[in-house]
Design a binder for this molecule. Sequence first.
Ligand SMILES: [Zn+2]
Length: 137
Amino acid sequence: MYNVVRIENMFQVMKEVYREYENGKIVVGPTDIAKNTGMAKSTAYHALKELAKNGYGKYIEKKGFVLNEHGIKVARKIMRRHRLLECFIVSTLSLSPEKACMEANKIDAIVGEDFMESIERKYGGRKRCPCGKEIPR
Ligand SMILES: [Zn+2]
């Protein structure tokens, strides 16, 4: 069967892998991803394999995915986009940090570069997102 892993899923999975990494968990399995995102376990599995195929780390069968140096760099970039978008949403629309996180999840994979540049100009100096997590540099 042909499995299409959508870009939104890849972003979602990359963010989850990075969140686990921030918390000191180095090997992240499909079960972890499924639990934290509500994504189907098989989707999470294929997305993790896809991350490995794209050179972001390696997938150890029956264990999970481990980011490599390049993967960490990319994950930090993705997380920065996500958390800056949260800053923007909370500041301009006064949504709660939780709601801002949900909404940022829906758009962080697809907003354009010009849009992100404006966000960077306005919120790029922030150290932490509205929920208090570090915004990667
Ligand atoms: Zn968030």
